[in-house]
Design a protein around this ligand. Structure first.
Ligand code: C2O
Ligand code: CU
Ligand code: CU
Length: 491
């Protein structure tokens, strides 16, 4: 029976609640019904299960791929036009094994879109899947009708054009599936890619750029002992961490500075990252540059959070190896310093001052919890302020242009971690557990870690667009079961 005890005993306390633990089975028709409940989505088509033994991962045997930068079909000073197909494809994740996945342009990690602040992009997505999906630009300041609302879907065989104004500063955003009931499944199977906004003032700082500016999407994944992809098991069982789609790759670097845009695109996970060589220099958070670079020994990133770091490999002789590790998963990526290279990039002491926030017009409490009071066999409901998400309900109204403070808590008695994400705007963390945020968390954020017993006070200014936008836990297995709310920005 699925209840609080059995769910939490499954080990999901720290990592997150399990929606419904199950493997991807060949005959899924009946077991689907259990998972359905109106929210949880898994593929219904039968999948031939591989027999045999899962190939072992050989550490540092494969290079880390860098997703290609998508070429615009039209590019002029005012706008750029892009086209992308959403497809079923295969990826070699385990050595020698083709795993069926989903991908933008047929790539398990989608192509990178590089946009410019102030120049809009028109991105047409063609849905070549046999089910509905949609696309959300995470971290984007986007008009509501282009924000990828869960009910605003692209039917199979149809296309949809999204318009992104890019009226925001340079930042490491990402695009991913956000269909009602499908987002966790689709993001897990590969519908995720980087969307980088560059701005001119940032370019003048001369941080490492071009080939030395590399997005790295980190996520976890699970395979069964035969090498089949496992979807919707306990997140704690996802013991393989992928860097740009590959487990434990190496990446050849020159002895110079690099900017790495680190993304946590895992469904429900905190990564605690460290670099074997010493501290990392954080230069940006979700929404763009910090006021000044920050040195950290450890970098914690919850699901959907990003941090840009600069690593200077010129400190190491050619032939050195520098390993990026995660606290529980161990080594996840090795940088091999292979050649000398001239470097005129720098990390200035001052990056971009953060503006003083306007006075807040109101405060709200946002409580994240679960409702286990559900029929036997159903997953629990996720709740925000005691309510499970409903498409037609507006949970709160915000006057456009005003600034608000939200106090976000994890209130489940068993102490569950979350990440909290706000659509439309970038916010600032005022306090974590009653204390000022660490400098590495003091910049622009759209997603923040929520740890039990450590309420987080954030402030946002709701400028720009009116309409309905989401806020939710970005443990996608939590938002999937309803830990999501809807705000309406009104004139
Ligand atoms: Cu990454 Cu509702 O979003
Ligand atoms: Cu978002
Ligand atoms: Cu959550």
């Amino acid at each position: 029976m699925l209840n609080r005890r059995t769910l939490l005993a499954a080990g999901g306390v720290a990592a997150g609640i399990v929606a419904v633990p199950r493997l991807l089975e060949p005959h899924t028709a009946d077991s689907e019904a259990v998972a359905d409940g109106g929210h949880v989505h898994v593929h219904t088509e039968p999948v031939a299960l591989r027999q045999g033994v899962r190939p072992a991962i050989v550490p540092f045997a494969k290079p880390m791929p860098v997703a290609p930068v998508l070429k615009p079909q039209i590019s002029n000073p005012l706008f750029e036009v892009y086209q992308l197909r959403i497809r079923k494809c295969e990826a070699e994740i385990l050595p020698g094994l083709r795993t069926p996945v989903l991908g933008y342009e047929g790539r398990f990690v989608g192509p990178t879109i590089r946009a410019t602040a102030g120049r809009r992009t028109y991105v047409t997505f063609a849905n070549e899947l046999d089910e509905t999906t949609n696309v959300h630009l995470h971290g984007g300041h986007t008009p509501a009708r282009h924000d990828g609302h869960p009910m605003d879907l692209i039917e199979p065989g149809r296309s949809r054009q999204y318009v992104y104004p890019n009226e925001q500063q340079g930042a490491s955003l990402w695009y991913h599936g956000h269909g009602h009931g499908t987002e966790a499944d689709h993001v897990y199977r590969g519908l995720q890619g980087a969307y980088v906004i560059e701005d001119r003032a940032e370019a003048r700082l001369r941080l490492p750029s071009g080939a030395y500016d590399v997005p790295i999407l980190l996520r976890d994944i699970e395979f069964d002992p035969a090498g089949n992809l496992v979807v919707f098991d306990n997140p704690a069982n996802r013991d393989i961490v992928l860097a740009n789609g590959v487990p434990q790759p190496y990446f050849r670097v020159s002895a110079r500075k690099y900017r790495f845009r680190l993304y946590n695109t895992a469904l429900s996970k905190y990564f605690t990252l460290s670099l074997g060589s010493g501290p990392m220099t954080v230069v940006a958070t979700d929404g763009g540059l910090l006021s000044a670079p920050v040195q950290v020994q450890e970098l914690e990133l919850g699901s959907a959070e990003r941090a840009d770091i600069v690593v200077d490999f010129s400190k190491f002789p050619v032939g050195s190896q520098v390993v990026l590790s995660e606290a529980t998963a161990g080594p996840i990526l090795r940088f091999d310093v292979v050649t000398e290279e001239r470097d005129d990039s720098r990390v200035p002491d001052v990056l971009r001052p953060l503006p003083v926030l306007p006075a807040a017009v109101r405060e709200r409490d946002i409580n994240l919890s679960f409702d286990f009071n559900v029929p036997i066999g159903s997953p629990p409901n996720g709740m925000i302020n005691g309510k499970t998400f409903e498409m037609d309900r507006v949970d709160l109204t915000v006057k456009r242009g005003t600034s608000e403070i939200w106090n976000v808590h994890s209130t489940d008695p068993d102490g569950v971690h979350h990440t909290f994400h706000l659509h439309l705007v970038q916010f600032r963390v005022l306090e974590r557990g009653g204390l000022p945020p660490q400098p590495s968390e003091a910049g622009w954020k759209d997603t923040v870690r929520i740890v039990p017993g450590e309420p987080v006070r954030i402030q946002a200014q709701f400028t720009g667009y009116t309409g309905r936008y989401l806020y939710h836990c970005h443990f996608l297995e939590h938002s999937l079961i309803g830990m999501m709310g809807q705000m309406e920005i009104v004139p």
